[in-house]
Design a protein around this ligand. Structure first.
Ligand SMILES: [Zn+2]
Length: 166
């Protein structure tokens, strides 16, 4: 059996890298630009990068959909950043929906902030990969979001493999 590997989109140059599972915890670097693939801080996505990062990454990816006018979003941002620091093997990304409305459109965002946990699902028999929303959380509960809340969302999303990350 070949070793499991993951596709990781470089947050700096957007090249898709293939990283063996065992290398994920060893600060993997981009084969194209040489910079860190896992930065332990949220990526700011734009209209061009959002689709690529969300659909090509096949490690657990948590996307925060926010807007500049949304006070709870701004309150939540430091907690999101802190969760990214604590979980370096999870990709954290942000989409500013008032700036990049189109980037948010496929995710049917109804209230802000919304956090979506996505993971690539590979079906060997169809030889095709697609992303899947594994957990979505939105609405006023967001007002009290803390690092532990984000962590809980991740645990729910990846249970029972949570021990891999936590
Ligand atoms: Zn790169």
């Amino acid at each position: 059996m070949s070793e499991q590997s993951f596709h990781l989109v470089c947050p700096h140059c957007q090249a898709t890298n293939r990283v063996p599972a065992a290398r994920l915890s060893a600060a993997p670097k981009c084969g194209k630009c040489g910079q860190q693939l896992l930065t332990a801080s949220p990526h700011e996505l734009n209209a061009q990068t959002a689709n690529k990062v969300i659909q090509k990454n096949d490690v657990l990816t948590i996307v925060d959909f926010w807007a500049s006018w949304c006070q709870p979003c701004i309150m939540m941002a430091p907690e999101f950043k802190s969760a990214a620091r604590q979980l370096p093997q999870v990709v954290f990304a942000k989409v500013q929906t008032d700036k990049y409305e189109q980037a948010a459109a496929p995710y049917n965002i109804r209230s802000l902030p919304t956090m979506v946990a996505l993971e690539m699902v590979r079906k060997s028999h169809v030889n095709q990969a697609r992303y899947q929303v594994i957990k979505s959380s939105s609405g006023c509960k967001a007002c009290s979001r803390s690092t532990s809340y984000i962590r809980l969302l991740i645990i729910q999303a990846i249970y029972p493999r949570a021990h891999v990350f936590l």
